[in-house]
Design a protein around this ligand. Structure first.
Ligand SMILES: Nc1ncnc2c1ncn2[C@@H]1O[C@H](COP(=O)(O)OP(=O)(O)OP(=O)(O)O)[C@@H](O)[C@H]1O
Ligand SMILES: [Mg+2]
Length: 455
């Protein structure tokens, strides 16, 4: 475990402000708190602390209008009344620290695992500081992932941002868990946004265990928390990832799920008076999602990179849904899971033909690209002919490509589910063994033809 020093304690003392601007609750309406007396000092997104007869409540400023602030509380309104004192805390910040590795925290930076946690020496705003795009590096080297399919056909490279799209219960969280355990990274940051409460504990104890947690920080706001906390959870996870990236470390950020982040944003935006337009989502949804995702990616100068994987819930596999649609435009790759594949018991239920890594072709050698193309061609040929094959209408020998696809399909299908402990080269060797012996890839044939002397 990392060392927590005297400077951490000094940092806390230095940041403790003795006096804060104070206002009062003037109205409570539809789950919102209207505050008077702070609008000259407050900024959008600032946090406030309300002193109640039994303790404190917190909230986020979502609208400033004349002398009135609209605050969305982080907890239910029960017990609040007109006249209570509201202190302005300022912008939402976190002070991440090395000692946070191995811990589960909430978006305030408070521990959720009942052990003391000290903030670091410097605060960072949850809204982040974007890197100048002209200074960012290009995408980096290929990462070992522990799964054959991600080592080969759908490579993940340093600084890449990928979406994992699927309907409910098709295996998104399980894939994230596998990658959290096995992918090459110095630090893993997991944002559990609006997911089930039991999943957090399961992740820590059963999925990651002590060895996985030794390089992981989990930031969680489960589905029962307020929309403000759920939305800030994604930004908080990104802020923690940026802290480690700025120290030159390679960070893997896993966010489960971006759909819940978008839903929380929708609740907040509607409460602040924005009108829904983008098929039920307010217009600011697109910029909220893209701003968050753009913070991941390659670093600049001596920084590390943030490789990010975001899960997206797509109802009924509708990839045109607003959140899925916005994300696909921002990301450098998408992995689509298919319920039909999960139903026949092949996990991970990745639909290879519908999934794309934009790291290709650069991330692989010409030979590897050939193999990837061949795998896709065979899977594609099988899929096109599947109905005929299964209904007995296809007679063997009528099409050599379909014949090869029928031979290769069971092996390729098993390959997609296979784990890998021996590295990327070994995964490509396994992929090569899926192809029928005499079936040469068209690209290989073309390259051989290129080498022939012109007569
Ligand atoms: N690799 C796997 N091996 C075996 N079973 C799996 C695998 N992946 C998923 N499953 C099965 O699918 C179920 C749902 O998986 P998971 O919770 O990962 O889905 P999800 O897409 O995250 O769901 P939700 O949308 O509800 O969050 C699991 O409880 C398990 O039964
Ligand atoms: Mg899930």
């Amino acid at each position: 475990m990392a060392h927590v020093g005297f400077e951490n304690v000094l940092g806390v003392v230095e940041r403790t402000e003795v006096s804060r601007p104070v206002g009062r609750i003037v109205a409570l309406e539809d789950g919102r708190i209207i505050v008077g007396g702070l609008s000259r000092q407050a900024a959008m997104g600032d946090l406030v602390k309300i002193t109640t007869p039994t303790g404190h409540a917190r909230g986020e400023i979502v609208r400033i209008e004349g002398d009135r602030l609209t605050v969305l509380p982080d907890s239910p309104l029960d017990g609040l009344r007109i006249g209570l004192r509201v202190a302005l805390l300022g912008a939402a910040v976190l002070a991440p620290d090395d000692s946070w590795i191995g811990r589960v925290i909430d978006p305030y930076g408070l521990p959720l695992d009942n052990r003391p946690l000290l903030p670091g020496t410097a605060t960072r705003r949850l809204t982040g500081q974007p890197i100048n795009p002209t200074e960012r590096r290009g995408l980096g080297a290929r990462l070992e992932t522990g799964l054959c399919v991600f080592n080969t056909i759908l490579p993940i490279i340093r600084g890449q941002r990928i979406g994992l799209f699927a309907g409910s219960g098709v295996g998104k969280s399980t894939i994230l868990a596998m990658l959290a355990q096995r992918i090459t990274a110095d630090v893993v940051v997991i944002g559990m946004v609006g997911e089930r409460g039991r999943e957090v504990r399961e992740f820590v104890e059963r999925v990651l265990g002590p060895s996985g947690m030794a390089r992981t920080v989990i930031v969680a706001a489960t589905s029962d928390r307020s929309p403000g906390l759920r939305r800030r959870c994604a930004s908080a996870a990104m802020t923690v990832a940026e802290h480690f990236r700025d120290q030159g470390r390679q960070v893997l950020l896993l966010a489960d799920s971006i759909t819940r982040f978008a839903d929380a944003h929708r609740e907040i935006a509607l409460a602040s008076g924005e009108a829904p337009s983008l098929r039920g989502y307010p217009p600011t949804t697109a910029s909220a999602i893209t701003t968050l995702c753009e913070r991941a990616g390659p670093g600049a100068g001596a920084m590390g990179d943030i490789t990010a994987i975001f899960t997206v819930l797509v109802a009924g596999s509708d990839m045109e849904e607003p959140v899925a649609d916005i994300l696909r435009g921002v990301l450098d790759g998408h992995v689509v899971l298919d319920r039909a594949i999960a139903e026949r018991g092949r996990f991970p239920a990745i639909d290879v033909l519908r999934s794309v890594s934009r790291a290709l072709p650069l991330a692989a050698t010409p030979t590897e690209n050939d193999q990837i193309a061949q795998a896709r061609r065979l899977l594609g040929a099988y899929e096109r002919a599947e109905l005929m094959i299964q209904s007995g209408l296809y007679s063997s020998g009528s099409d050599p490509v379909i014949d090869a696809a029928i031979l290769a399909w069971p092996k390729l299908d098993a390959f997609v589910a296979q784990r890998e402990t021996e590295g990327i080269g070994a995964s490509f060797e396994k992929l090569a063994r899926c192809f029928p012996a005499q079936h040469k890839s068209a690209a290989a044939v073309n390259r051989e033809a290129d080498r022939l002397p012109v007569t």
